[in-house]
Ligand binder design. Structure first.
Ligand code: DQA
Length: 154
């Protein structure tokens, strides 16, 4: 099972930006936290980050060409603006979970709307870095169920 984690703009500034909202951990340590959690599991995880919308679309298309089974995505502020990312998630047709470190629904009104969530199988917000772990676990369950359903059909 191959899962992509894709982080959007400003997430590389974790540990520097608004620590009261996003926590003290820097980006590298959050990535390490995710990788270590699944170290002994039968799942390949690759983490990407870009501050550029079009580059995020290229990375999502790469998930298609490289046959990823699932995507966990924190689109950052593009969540609230990007029809192009919505289209990209729809285009690749790979189960995608949207993650936000903060509880976007408790914050400014403009963060309540997600353009990307309707293209996703689910959304997790408000659990900090643990959200990535929950999203990956959810995808693993979902993908395993799909694999066993497919086997039954053979
Ligand atoms: C965020 C929430 C977004 O509203 C914000 O623009 C971010 C981070 C989060 O992880 O809580 O950059 O996606």
């Amino acid at each position: 099972m191959k899962i992509m984690v894709l982080n959007g703009p400003n997430l590389n500034f974790l540990g520097i930006r608004e620590k009261d909202i996003y926590g003290q951990d820097n980006y590298q340590s959050v990535c390490k936290y995710i990788m270590d959690k699944f170290d002994d599991r039968d799942v390949e995880i690759n983490i990407f980050q870009s501050n550029i919308e079009g580059e995020m679309i290229n990375i999502l298309q790469m998930a298609y060409f490289e046959k990823y089974d699932g995507v966990v995505m924190n689109p950052g502020a593009y969540t609230h603006t990007s029809i192009a990312l919505y289209d990209a998630i729809k285009s690749i047709n790979i189960p995608t979970v949207e993650v936000h470190l903060s509880n976007v629904h408790q914050r400014e009104e403009f963060r309540h709307k997600s353009y990307t969530a309707p293209a996703c199988v689910g959304q997790i917000c408000g659990f900090g870095k643990e959200g990535y772990i929950l999203a990956i676990e959810g995808l693993i369950v979902r993908l395993s169920e799909k694999i066993s359903v497919n086997k039954q059909n053979i």
